[in-house]
Design a protein. Sequence first.
Length: 147
Amino acid sequence: MSIFPFIDPDVLAAAQDNTLPMFREYAYDYENNRLLLRDGQTYLLEGNEALRIWIFKALTTERFRYTAYSPDYGSEIDTLIGGLNSRVILSELKRFIIEALMVNPYIEELSNFQFTQSGSGVRAEFDCTTIYGKERITYDIKEVRIT
């Protein structure tokens, strides 16, 4: 047992030994917000492709709202409201993204954050280094504005 009750020592030990099983997630259609089908059946993706789906779902799920999820899962991006200084918003966005994603033992580092205004929100781009390699992640955050 860990002295920190929110850290699972078994997952931590597995991550340190590089004995994590292959990360798998069901293929997902971001545009239509549903699982993808192949021949009428859902199917699994592996590695960084699967982690992209997990990242998208973790960032779009409101933390503490759904009892089906652990309090560690999801983000607090939805708590950002208008009227804040742009530097504060950008700092908070970065913090919320890091907090939401670094709970995953397959993710090793998040870096090179860039935020740009796009339409009715902000586009976040960042590098995500996983146990499978580095990926550039793009995520659109709706209804958050920077000036």
